[in-house]
Design a protein around this ligand. Structure first.
Ligand SMILES: [Zn+2]
Length: 152
């Protein structure tokens, strides 16, 4: 029984009894399904309320901005560590690891908060969401700028 419910949610069963509905994963037509798993791809199914068109542009834009900045700093920290492992000493200056490490911590924490408080951010008016997303890109731009001008 591997933890499966013995039968489908009655509302799911009722919904599929008279309707063609594709499995969201594999597209198999679930019409007439009596269980709660797709017979084709074996994934659990649930009946739920959905958005016609989720308004995620502002939140996704901020996520991309922060992920880009955290990834930039993170790769540079990995590069710095790789050089130490290969050559037995750091060939770059202390500023290099200070700037890239600080960039990784600041952008990483901002990214964590952006995901952690995503629901609250998506509840904000779209103008406020847009300003916050712009702030994410400004932070990443500042990260690039500090790196470009502090590291010679
Ligand atoms: Zn399926």
């Amino acid at each position: 029984m591997n933890g499966r419910p013995p039968e489908a949610d009655p509302m799911l069963r009722s919904f599929l009894a008279e309707r063609d509905a594709p499995c969201p994963s594999c597209g198999y037509n679930l019409r007439g399904l009596t269980g709660s798993f797709c017979p084709e791809c074996d994934q659990a199914l649930v009946l739920r309320v959905g958005l016609v068109e989720p308004r995620l542009a502002g939140w996704v834009a901020g996520l991309v901005g922060l992920a880009m900045g955290a990834g930039f700093s993170g790769l540079l920290v990995i590069y710095w560590l790789t050089v130490i492992v290969q050559r037995g000493r750091a060939i770059r200056t202390d500023e290099f690891i200070l700037v890239t490490g600080a960039g990784l911590v600041v952008e990483g924490l901002a990214l964590w908060a952006w995901v952690r408080y995503g629901a609250a951010i998506r509840r904000l008016p779209s103008s406020a969401r847009g300003m916050l997303a712009l702030g994410c890109w400004v932070l990443t731009g500042a990260n690039f700028w500090v790196f470009a001008f502090a590291i010679r």
